[in-house]
Design a protein around this ligand. Structure first.
Ligand SMILES: O=C([C@@H]1CCCNC1)N1CCCCC1
Length: 329
């Protein structure tokens, strides 16, 4: 069958949380198309780490089974991470159900996860080759579900400061304008990766980023692009400065921000709304704002995160490894 769950933004759209039922216990988790582990806060964790969280209890689930000798350890690009043991259980996301899904029970989590009490774990939706379980790598929820879905797709409908949705096995065409533009992804890296070699700032000329590559990552808050794109963009914003203290580009909150169009696989120019690039104030007075578009390393992999998803409805097709995009309805 299909599955649909809400995707509720934390304050400031820092991340989006969705209800996942594991062994009959419903827990709010962060769906991450940029990683491939499903791990959860749980009663095995130290009490100090459990505090404030919803903690899965494997002992009260009648369907949980420990995966003897299995463990996981994951590190994310932002320096956060988790590690622990592994079991299997029945995982139900909005009706889409997988029995014997690998459920990773963290016995250690980094401080940023402990402090973020709205999130109780991640559901990895990138390709299973990135799964960190050892000695035998396990599959993602989507990989396990795909055979039972009417169509081998999940979609992300993320909104600025409003409730959106993740859907498995269905493409709800009432959620986007026009038709989806499809692009093949290169799954070699394990990410939903595509070429992104052109961009345009506002009504300006299309510019080239030779060899540009990007991934679609629902688990990344911002949009991390090549410095050439970032410099071209903020050169059009009065008062934009690279603010080492806060760790990125800031600008006056009253600035008029242009849209940014980026190429998706050579088939589609995805427009990211300028007002979504005004991410958050950095000062109490709300005078100076932090940009939703920030620079990665020159020539490095670009990470199109939630800032892009707030403008674009995205369908992930695991049947033919492609991504479909269209502006939200
Ligand atoms: O670890 C991450 C992100 C962190 C935020 C959540 N999604 C995964 N990376 C981004 C993609 C390239 C590899 C590093």
């Amino acid at each position: 069958g299909t599955g649909v769950v809400t995707a509720t933004p934390e304050q400031g759209d820092v991340e989006y949380l969705s209800p996942v039922t594991i062994g009959g216990q419903t827990i709010n988790m962060d769906f991450d198309s940029g990683s491939s582990d499903l791990w959860v806060f749980n009663t095995e964790l130290a009490a100090g780490s459990q505090a404030g969280h919803s903690n899965f209890n494997p002992e009260t689930s009648t369907t949980f089974q420990l995966l003897q000798g299995a463990s996981f350890e994951i590190s994310y690009g932002d320096g956060s991470g988790a590690a622990g043991n592994v079991g299997t259980d029945t995982v139900n996301i909005g009706g889409a159900t997988v029995t014997n899904q690998a459920v990773e029970l963290a016995t250690a989590v980094s401080s940023s996860f402990v402090q973020d009490t709205q999130s109780n774990g991640l559901v990895g939706l990138a390709f299973s080759k990135l799964n960190t379980i050892k000695p035998v790598q396990q599959k993602t929820f989507f990989d396990n579900a795909i055979a039972t879905l009417p169509i081998p797709v999940f979609t992300a409908d993320l909104r600025h400061a409003a409730v959106g949705a993740y859907e498995f096995g269905n493409i709800d065409s009432t959620k986007f304008n026009g038709s989806l533009s499809w692009t093949d992804v290169n799954a070699t890296s394990g990410f939903w990766q595509f070429s992104s070699q052109q961009f345009a700032v506002g009504t300006g000329p299309t510019m080239n980023l030779a060899g540009g590559q990007a991934i679609a990552d629902t688990g990344t808050t911002l949009m991390i692009a090549d410095p050439s794109i970032v410099n071209a963009y903020y050169s059009q914003v009065q008062g934009a400065v690279n603010n080492e203290t806060v760790g990125g580009v800031t600008f006056p909150c009253a600035a008029q921000l242009p849209d940014l169009a980026v190429d998706i696989g050579g088939n589609y120019m995805a427009t990211v709304r300028g007002d979504d690039i005004n991410f958050s104030p950095v000062d109490a007075a709300g005078t100076t704002c932090f940009g939703g578009l920030q620079a990665g390393t020159a020539g490095g992999l670009q990470i199109y995160g939630d800032i892009m998803f707030k403008s674009q409805f995205v369908a992930f097709n695991g049947g033919n490894n492609s991504i479909g995009m269209a502006p939200h309805q």
